[in-house]
Design a protein around this ligand. Structure first.
Ligand SMILES: [Fe+2]
Length: 447
C-alpha cells in the first residue's frame, strides 16, 4: 500500500463536493463489520451461532428457488438440532421491491421472532434486514428509506440477531448495513442504510455457491469487482461535509485507508479468479476465493461506500422491460444488479480518472494491467479496458444497448440516477445531469 500513501485521503477531495452548513469537512471515519465465519460446510454451525446470540424462535429467510436446496436444509436442521424453533419464509423476490419487503415484514411481525437467518443472495439477506428492522421498530415504510426519497430516519437501536448465509459470491450484503429494493410505483431503486442493519455474523461456506448459474456467477462476481473499484476511487471521507452529530454520520463515508486495503485485495482476487470460477464450477479454489473476495469488498465498501456505477445501476434495473438473462427466475424480466452495475463501470472510470489518475492506475495494475510508463491521462482508458476485458471473458452483454436500452431512454435513466444521493455524492468527480447523460451514452456499447 506504500505507493498509495501519497494518494491518501484529501487528494481527490479537491473535486469540490458539498460542504456542511458551516463549510466544515469530516475529520473522522468508522470501521464496522460483521463477524465472519468461513469454511466449507460451516453452515452446519448456524444453530450454534444463533443459540449463542440468544435466539429461540428464528425466521429463516430464502427465495423459492433455494427453498428446496441443500443450504436451506442444512440451516434448518442445524437450528432445530439446537432446539431452536425455525420457521421457513421462502417468498423472497430476486431483486426485491417495497411490496416484497412489506410481505416479509408482515410475516416477521406476525411471527414474533427473536432472530433471523437469511440463506441466499443479496436479495434474501436484504429482505431479512428489512423484516428485522420493521418488526423490531415499526414505522411507515418510507421513514427509514434513504433521503431524498424517504425520511432517512436513523434506526433507533439494536436489531434482533441476524446471521446471513450468502449463496452467491457477490453483494457482500452479509457485511453491510444496507438493504436495497425497488419502489414499484416510483420506478426507482433505493434502500435503507444504517449500521444497525448489519448482520451479526456472515457465514461464508463455499459449498453454498456450487449451484450458482453461470450468468449469476458473472453478474455477482463483477458486482464484487465494482464494489472494490468504487470504494477505492470514492471521494475520500475527509472530502465530505461533517455530519451535524455523530449519529448522522452515514454508513457510506468515503474512501479511507482501512477500506482501501480490503478493496485492494478484493480487486486482485476477483481478477485472478472470476473467469476460472465461472468456467469450471468444480474449481473449489477459485469459487472459494470469489466468496472471500465478496466479503473483502463488502468490508471495504460497507464503510467507504460506492459511487456512480451503483447510482446509475438503480434506474437501469428499475427500467427493465423484457430482458431475461439465462439462469434467472423466468417469472419476471430482470437486469441482475451486478450486470446493471458493471455495464456502467467502464464509462464511469473514464470520467472519474482525471480526479485521481494515480489511484485509477493503481486499480488497473491490481487487475493485471502493465502500467509502466503510462501517463496520467491514460488512467481511465487503462482501467476501463481491464474491466471490459473481464466483461467479455465472463459473457456479460455489450453495454446497455445489448439489454434493450436506446438513446431515447437516457433522460429517464438520468432522472432515476439524480436522487441517488447516498452514492452519487461519493463520486470523486461531481456528476451533473449533462455528465450523467454522457456517461449513459458511453455505456450503450463497449466493443
Ligand atoms: Fe452491488
Amino acid at each position: 500500500m506504500a505507493e498509495l500513501r501519497a494518494q491518501g485521503s484529501g487528494v481527490a477531495g479537491s473535486g469540490g463536493q458539498a460542504e456542511g452548513a458551516g463549510g466544515v469537512k469530516e475529520s473522522a471515519f468508522t470501521m464496522d463489520t460483521s463477524s465472519i465465519k468461513y469454511g466449507p460446510g460451516v453452515t452446519r454451525e448456524v444453530g450454534f451461532d444463533m443459540k449463542k446470540l440468544g435466539a429461540k424462535r428464528v425466521m429463516v429467510v430464502t427465495d423459492p428457488r433455494l427453498a428446496e436446496g441443500e443450504p436451506v436444509a442444512v440451516a434448518l436442521e442445524a437450528l432445530r438440532a439446537e432446539g431452536i424453533d425455525a420457521v421457513l419464509y421462502d417468498a423472497v423476490r430476486v431483486e426485491p421491491t417495497d411490496t416484497s419487503f412489506l410481505h416479509a415484514i408482515s410475516f416477521a411481525r406476525d411471527g414474533n421472532f427473536d432472530g433471523y437467518v437469511s440463506v441466499g443472495g443479496g436479495s434474501t439477506i436484504d429482505t431479512a434486514k428489512a423484516a428485522n428492522l420493521y418488526a423490531t421498530y415499526p414505522a411507515d415504510f418510507l421513514d427509514y428509506v434513504n433521503p431524498p426519497i424517504g425520511g432517512g430516519m436513523p434506526v433507533p437501536g439494536a436489531l434482533r440477531p441476524h446471521v446471513a448465509v450468502p449463496t452467491t459470491a457477490g453483494t457482500g450484503s452479509e457485511t453491510t448495513g444496507v438493504a436495497i429494493c425497488d419502489l414499484t410505483e416510483m420506478h426507482v431503486k433505493t434502500g435503507i442504510a444504517h449500521r444497525a442493519l448489519r448482520p451479526q455474523i456472515g457465514i461464508l461456506d463455499p459449498h453454498n455457491t456450487r449451484t450458482l448459474p453461470q450468468m449469476a456467477a458473472a453478474s455477482t462476481g463483477l458486482d464484487v469487482l465494482s464494489h472494490a473499484l468504487e470504494s477505492l476511487t470514492a471521494l475520500p471521507y475527509d472530502g465530505r461535509a461533517a455530519p451535524e452529530s455523530p449519529e448522522l454520520r452515514p454508513a457510506y463515508q468515503g474512501a479511507n485507508p482501512i477500506s482501501d486495503i480490503w478493496a485492494t485485495k478484493a480487486i486482485e482476487m476477483v481478477a485472478a479468479n472470476i473467469v476460472r470460477a465461472i468456467q469450471d464450477t468444480e474449481d473449489d479454489e477459485a469459487r472459494s476465493a470469489m466468496l472471500l473476495a465478496a466479503a473483502y469488498a463488502g468490508i471495504g465498501f460497507g464503510n467507504a461506500g460506492v459511487h456512480l456505477p451503483h447510482g446509475m445501476s438503480y434506474p437501469v434495473s428499475g427500467m427493465v422491460r423484457a430482458y431475461r438473462p439465462p439462469g434467472y427466475p423466468p417469472d419476471h424480466p430482470i437486469i441482475p444488479h451486478g450486470m446493471a452495475v458493471i455495464l456502467n463501470a467502464p464509462a464511469v472510470f473514464r470520467f472519474t480518472a482525471p480526479t485521481n489518475p494515480e489511484k485509477h492506475l493503481y486499480a488497473a495494475r491490481l487487475m493485471g494491467v502493465d502500467t509502466a510508463g503510462a501517463a496520467a491521462e491514460d488512467a481511465g482508458e487503462l482501467l476501463a479496458g481491464a474491466i471490459i476485458d473481464l466483461m467479455q471473458k465472463t459473457g456479460v452483454p455489450n453495454g446497455l444497448g445489448a439489454i434493450g436500452f436506446t438513446e431515447e431512454d437516457i433522460p429517464a435513466l438520468v432522472e432515476g440516477t439524480l436522487p441517488q444521493h447516498r452514492v452519487t455524492k461519493l463520486s470523486p468527480r461531481p456528476a451533473e445531469a449533462q455528465d450523467l447523460e454522457a456517461l449513459f451514452r458511453d455505456a450503450m456499447s463497449y466493443w
